[in-house]
Design a protein. Structure first.
Length: 510
């Protein structure tokens, strides 16, 4: 690394550029540049590269960094506490040095993030005076492959920085947001006097030039609880910068690199993470531990008026999923992800809430959300619901080639069908897959050779040729001599016209 730094410096790169290139801190670059070779080797001999207390966790941390190089030292520390109950007590800086040593030794650079967001610093509020609320969404990895979207509700007490988070596998509604408030107040053991919000549609209908119009359910809840609402102006995230940082902290420190199993287990893991890390470690700005400060702040919080209760389940009506992966709702068709239709009588639960059509599985897993159209006869489709037809055809081609013996000639024959009859490729492949199993490989090979010699690419004639050669093999050439091979008709030198899918979409939308 020292030689690499010296080499880049000699090429004219500055310290910041070298830092970004090799993945070490700018101060370390400066330190290397100040040493000549003799000083550098003396320094290596003297320094202790690995803290003895953490040496036993070398392989665990190395594997984490190899699989998820974006993890921070703080996240590594949290993972160590989560997996090893006997972890010795060490300073966070010791963990940081340990992680940096592993990164340097195995060339595991942390991906650079050049995005910088500016915030305006506000004066500290009084104990019990303010909390801030916001939502987030994160796409988690699922066990066994795939992804699962998770929606996050977060509340933070502005003075102590004590945090609370609640997670769902479906978007938050007014009812579930109110329930999350009740959980937060139970966690904080009280209610702050003011809560700062974004202008979110689950809380507010319209700004109306300062006369805020709340949703009816949230307005009723606020009237019967102890706090007052404060809404930020649009495009003014600095007003609630504390909760903005909390959402980012939850995504980057807790959710990132974690696998989704089920929402109950994830919420329990979130609670444990808050205890040991989110509220258990010193805050980077105040330099105080949020939990210790909350022990003071809870004395200033107002009592909770509402009794904690589960949110009322919105009325969901079962709808039949059509073969084209849509549902018909009040004169319009709404798309669903490909694979939702699983045969006749496939049902989903549909709920109309706040101008949105929310579709769930019978197990209450979120499937899709659409904005409800006020028009009739329309097809409303999410762009990510389109079926990948090309991948399905490719899979069928691979299966067909395998059925025909997986030879070069089999590949040539299937490619010939694709080139000669692109619009009928799927029909030809379906016939080949359904008819070739019942015939012996020798007859299949002869049929392929015959088709290739005559440049004829048609699955129906191909299967007739297989039957002919099979009969010839079983009964002898004399038995079929009077019948002759299936005739290969003269090919017409024409190509059927094709239309672009955009043409059909425009017709549907008219």
């Amino acid at each position: 690394m020292w030689h690499k730094v010296k080499e880049l410096w000699s090429k004219g790169l500055n310290k910041s550029q070298i830092s970004q290139e090799v993945g070490i801190h700018r101060k370390t670059v400066r330190h290397y540049l100040e040493m000549d070779e003799e000083e550098f080797y003396k320094w290596i001999d003297k320094r202790k590269n690995l803290p003895p207390k953490l040496h036993g966790y070398y392989d665990f941390v190395k594997k984490l960094l190899e699989n998820q190089p974006y993890l921070s030292a703080s996240q590594i520390e949290d993972r160590l506490k989560e997996h090893f109950t006997d972890l010795p007590t060490v300073h966070a800086k010791t963990v940081y040095n340990f992680v940096q040593t592993l990164r340097s030794a195995h060339q595991i650079a942390k991906p650079q993030n050049n995005y910088v967001r500016e915030f305006e610093k506000r004066e500290e509020t009084a104990y019990g005076d303010e909390a801030q609320v916001d939502f987030g969404v994160y796409n988690m990895l699922k066990q066994g492959g795939g992804h699962q979207k998770v929606w996050v509700f977060a509340m933070v007490l502005s003075r102590s920085r004590q945090k609370f988070i609640y997670l769902q596998n479906s978007p938050f509604t007014t009812a579930t947001s109110i329930y999350a408030h009740q959980l937060a107040f139970e966690y904080f053991q009280g209610v702050p006097r003011h809560i700062v919000y974004d202008q979110d549609r689950v809380f507010m209908v319209d700004e109306n030039y300062g006369d805020l119009i709340l949703t009816s359910d949230f307005q009723h809840y606020v009237r019967n609880e102890s706090f007052e609402v404060v809404f930020c102006r649009k495009a003014d995230p600095q007003t609630k910068g504390k909760i903005e940082n909390v959402i980012k902290y939850v995504k980057n420190n807790f959710l990132r690199g974690r696998e989704f199993t089920n929402i109950e287990r994830l919420n329990q893991s979130a609670s444990d993470w808050l205890d040991r890390t989110g509220n258990g470690k010193a805050h980077s700005t105040t330099r105080l531990v949020p939990h210790h400060e909350w022990l003071k702040e809870k004395e200033y919080l107002l009592p909770v008026k509402n009794i904690l209760k589960e949110p009322e389940v919105a009325f969901c009506k079962p709808y039949t999923v059509l073969k084209d992966h849509t549902i018909s709702y009040k004169g319009n068709f709404y798309s669903l992800p490909h694979g939702t239709y699983k045969g006749e009588n496939t049902k989903v639960l549909v709920n109309h809430e706040g101008g949105k059509l929310v579709v769930q599985s019978l197990e209450k897993e979120h499937i899709a959300t659409h904005t409800i159209s006020i028009l009739k006869g329309k097809y409303i489709r999410n762009s990510d619901h389109a079926r990948d037809k090309a991948s399905g055809i490719e899979e069928k081609m691979v299966l067909a080639i395998d059925k025909l013996g997986n030879t070069d000639k089999a590949k040539e024959f299937i490619e010939g069908i694709r080139n000669d009859k692109p619009r009928y490729l799927n029909d030809n492949l379906r016939l080949i897959l359904s008819k070739t199993e019942e015939h012996d490989p020798e007859s299949v090979t002869k049929a392929i050779d015959y088709c290739l010699e005559n440049s004829y690419y048609n699955a129906l004639k191909f299967t007739e040729l297989i039957a002919y050669f099979k009969k010839e093999k079983e009964q002898g050439p004399a038995a079929v001599s009077g019948h002759g091979k299936p005739q290969v008709p003269q090919q017409a030198n024409t190509t059927p016209a094709t239309s672009k899918i955009n043409t059909y979409e425009k017709i549907i939308q008219q």
